[in-house]
Structure formats: C-alpha cells, structure tokens
Write a protein that binds this ligand. Structure first.
Ligand code: AMP
Length: 541
C-alpha cells in the first residue's frame, strides 16, 4: 500500500523560495574581488535570481538540459547562478579556475557549455581559450569595472544582462531527479570527469548539512564560505545556509590568511569551511594577531585532505576553535563522513578526544560506507582491517557524465572511492592511503600519470615516475623520480618546469626531482610507488 502524502518535488529553486518566504531580510555579504563590501537580503537574492532566470530564457534561449558554465569567485552573482540556472531547468556547471588551459578546454567542450559567466579578473585566461570552445555562444562578465573591455565574442555585462528582465515569473517545472549542477573531478590520467548532481540529491544533502550532528547550520549562524564555489558547490553550504536562514559571507578571491581573518572579524563570522592548507595559514597568522579577543569563530568544517591532529589540537587549545573534519569527494556531493565527539566521549582525556576528531568520522544519514579488503572481503568494523572505502547513498554518483566506467563501481553497485582505510567499532572512518594515482596539493588534484607521461617526453629523460610527498602547508606535493638517458646529463627543476608549463597549471609542476639509476618496479613491471614512498621516507630519494 502506498502512503497518501502529496508528491512535492525537492528542487533547488524551492530552497530559495523557502528562504525568501521565511527569512526575507537575512543578509548575504560579499567581499568582491576589488574588496568592495556588497550586502543584500534573501529578498534581493530571490528577485535577482528570477531576473537572471528570465534573461537566460529570453536572451540566450536556455532550455531544460542546457549547460551553463561559471568561472567565478565566491560572491552573490555566483550564488544567483546557483539558483537561477537550475530554475530554468538547465545545469549550473561550475568550472575550476585552477585547472590548466588543456583541462579547461576539455571540460568546456565535454560539458557543451552554451554560455559562460566569467569574473572580470579571470577574463584574460579565457580570451586565449575562447576560439577553442565549440559550443559557447556568449560570455557574461561578472564584476566588470566601468571601462572594462574584452576580446571575448558576444560578451555582455552581467548587470546589463539582467537589467530589463522581470522578477516575478515561475521557475520552470522540473523532475526532482533532473540534473541541477555539475562539477568535474580529476581523472587519474589527467582528463577530468563530470559529476552531475540532481535537484533531489542537492536538496537532501542540504538538509543533512543543517542537522546539529553534521554541519550544524541554523538561522543563528554567520557562515564564511572559504571553499571555492567551483569545488563541489562549496560543499553544499550555500544551499544549506539558505534553507536555514543563515547569513552567508562570500569572500571572492580573498582566501589568504590576513584578509580571511579580517573578514571573520568584520562580519562577525561564527562558522566557516575550508581545506587544511587554508587553516594552516590562518593558524600561523592568528598566532600573531592582536584582535583574537574579537573573534567569534567557534568552529569550522575542514576536509578535502586530512587535517593534521596537531592543528586540530592547536586551534582548540590556543583559540577555543573546534575543527570539525569531514571526508567526501566530488562524487559524493561531497560529504560522506564527519567527525564529532559523542556524549560518552566526554570523560576521555584531551589527547584521546583529538585522536577521535582527527579521524575522518562517521557516515552521515542517507549514506553507507564499507571497507573491502584486497581479497574482496567486507572488513569488520574493528579499527584495524584495511581496504578500499566503498560508498553508496542518496547523493553518491551512479555514473560519470558521458562515461561508462564499470571499474568505478562494485558488482553490487557501490562506488569505489580509491581511498583506503578502516572503520572502527564506533563507525569512525580512518583514511590511511589512496589507490588512485593522484596527488592532492592544497585541495587541488595533480595526476601523477599525466606528469609522468609529460616528463618522459623530455629529450634528456629515459624514465620517470611521480609520487606524492608530504608537505606541511600543501598536504602533498609531487616528487619526480627520474632516470636520465645519459649519465652525464644535467636536468634542473627550472628546465623541466619550463618544458612542462604549457601542459600544466603552475601548482601541478614537480616540487622536487630525484635522480636514480633505476625506478623500483613491482613483479608485473609497474612503478612501485609504495616502495618509492618508503625510500623517500627513509631519506633515500
Ligand atoms: P575531491 O573530489 O577533489 O573533493 O577529492 C576527494 C578526495 O580528497 C577523497 O577521495 C580523499 O582522497 C581526499 N579527502 C577528502 N577529504 C579528506 C579528509 N578529510 N581526509 C583525508 N582525505 C580526504
């Protein structure tokens, strides 16, 4: 027998409808790229998003299923795109501004973006690439100064674009399982893969994030979004915040420690999110800061890479700020687990508490995780048995965009994360390793395989392999282990970087080179990266 409740689709624009009806005067504050402070209300967000939806429909003829790209910092116009694009039934494709030209060209053409909204400060990168984009019909420029000019074809200022559009028409009716947004994640070979979120998955993820056990978002909060809006929809915080009536603070490009701290103080921020690299910098800057007493920040969400336990400890003991670690992926919307203490942990020592908070945490509702050993056995939750982490749930990918990838899923339909770890008796996940051949530096991916292929094309190189080495600030950096063709040759880091730069973003270039006579190999002749990591740890590379 079916229940007798109404069918009420969970759609992204309905999050904004709710925020507008219940919290019309709540604020959204943006510190724009030129440092101007912009502040408006949920009512303004609602009305301008409606105008944007209308302009998309009538000026660009956007229809259901179209892809609309964004190449932008964190601010109110980007937030308007988060609601207005799904409001037309189209897909908001947030493009990572840190990728190389080759990756960006691939992503835009693979997504078949119809139009791209670009921040004025980021336009120069796009001007060279535009002729390579096969489907882009128009560029809408965000935050353009008065005298701004560009060679981008069909470029229009954002404010002009929405100026004459009405603000009172209905959102397009969509199915809750339709796509609303897309982000690309790094593939091991270097070509990114698209992850397509649905209205329903984004809605339910936002509800989960607002629960006290998880991101604990409420109308009491003033939340600084330190994760770029092009990274997994800023971890879904903007949607959760609007659903809860929180004040959103959007810092554009001002993510360096000093401006970040200034924004926290000036805007009376009490919650924030960001990758460990950001918090590492903020911790160092806070130690020298005089106005720490005026700090209202009580906790922040940290993920994207492992947060060092000492940093969790230092934030807590020196500043009384709680670092709440979360684990997840672009493919999991992103939050899969989150680490908070339980009431029965109250009697533990401070050190034991930090140990628990440094774990990646317990699975969130609507999601299940398991560990599968190398022998294909589902591991007991004993905190010891290690294997690949697999996940399934409401906001977990079922297939990559335009890609058939059976290797990413188990026979019984779980997503294989490529992360390795264990789960303890209390259900806390601990990440111990990674099977995917990728390096994560400051929250951004580097494909070791793509680097190896490019380095081996250098005329002086016979063979090369790339591994991740630990780095205090960036978490990981790439080390290239190289066999030269001629023993007498000299290859400097500068020479190799110059050779690689046309193909890679600067942050993706090797940090160090290590020259060897032979690269360690496994019994089947593959590079033995475990052995290389061991040799590096022993100071032998
Ligand atoms: P992305 O798809 O770029 O969000 O990256 C997801 C990957 O980042 C995961 O598969 C992990 O390898 C890594 N990651 C994310 N959060 C954490 C965390 N809290 N601790 C350790 N690694 C993490």
């Amino acid at each position: 027998m079916q229940g007798l409740m109404m069918h009420y689709p969970l759609t992204v624009p309905s999050i904004l409808d709710y925020g507008y009806r219940v919290f019309p005067n709540k604020e959204i504050i943006s510190i724009l790229p030129d440092k101007t402070r912009h502040c408006y209300t949920y009512t303004d967000l609602y009305k301008r998003s409606k105008k944007l939806m209308n302009a998309l429909q009538h000026r660009l003829h956007v229809k259901q299923g179209d892809m609309i790209g964004t190449y932008a910092w964190n601010h109110y116009q980007h937030l308007e795109l988060y609601f207005a694009v799904p409001g037309t039934g189209a897909v908001c494709h947030t493009i990572n501004i840190r990728l190389s030209a080759i990756q960006t060209e691939f992503i835009v053409n693979n997504a078949e973006d119809k139009a791209i909204f670009v921040d004025a400060t980021l336009v120069p990168f796009f001007e060279n690439l535009a002729p390579l984009f096969a489907t882009v019909e128009a560029y809408i420029i965000l935050n353009a100064p008065k005298d701004f000019t560009t060679s981008l074809p069909n470029a229009i200022d954002y404010e002009d674009f929405i100026a004459d559009a009405p603000d009172d028409t209905d959102w397009v009716t969509v199915d809750e399982n339709d796509a609303c947004a897309m982000c690309y994640t790094s593939g091991t070979t270097g070509l990114p893969k698209g992850v397509l979120y649905s209205h329903r998955s984004s809605w339910l993820h936002a509800v989960m994030m607002s629960l006290p056990n998880y991101a604990d978002t409420s109308a009491e909060d003033r939340i600084l979004v330190g994760v770029p809006q092009f990274h997994v929809m800023a971890w879904g915080i903007p949607y959760a915040a609007v659903l809860c009536g929180a004040v959103l603070v959007l810092p554009s490009s001002h993510l360096h420690p000093d401006p970040f701290i200034e924004i926290i103080i000036n805007e009376r921020v009490n919650k924030a999110n960001g990758v460990p690299t950001i918090w590492q910098g903020i911790y160092a800057a806070l130690k020298k800061h005089e106005a720490i007493d005026t700090f209202l920040l009580k906790e922040f969400l940290v993920g994207g890479a492992a947060m060092p336990p000492t940093l969790i400890n230092n934030f807590q003991n020196e500043f009384g700020i709680k670092a709440v670690q979360a684990w997840g992926m672009t493919e999991t919307s992103p939050v899969g687990t989150l680490s908070r203490l339980q009431p029965h942990h109250a009697s533990l020592s401070d050190q034991e508490k930090i140990k628990i908070r440094a774990l990646q945490g317990q699975e969130v509702p609507c999601v299940e995780i398991r560990i599968v050993t190398e022998d294909g056995i589902i591991a007991p939750r004993d905190g010891k048995t290690v294997g690949e982490i697999q996940i399934k749930g409401v906001w977990v990918i079922s297939s990559y965009f335009k890609t058939i990838s059976h290797e990413n899923f188990s026979a019984d339909g779980w997503f294989k994360t490529g992360d390795v770890g264990n789960i303890n008796e209390e259900g806390y996940l601990q990440i111990t390793d990674r099977t995917k051949d990728l390096i994560k530096s400051g929250g951004e991916w580097i494909s070791s395989v793509a680097l190896e292929v490019a380095i081996m094309a250098h005329p002086k190189v016979k063979e090369a392999s790339v591994i991740a080495i630990p780095d205090e600030l960036w978490t990981e950096r790439p080390l290239a282990v190289i066999v030269l063709k001629n023993a007498g040759d000299i290859l400097s880091l500068e020479e190799l970087d110059a050779f690689l730069l046309p193909l890679f973003a600067k942050y993706q270039l090797p940090e160090k080179l290590s020259f060897v006579h032979e690269i360690p190999k496994t019994s089947v002749g593959k590079f033995d990266k475990k052995e290389m990591r061991r040799l590096y740890a022993d100071g032998k590379l």
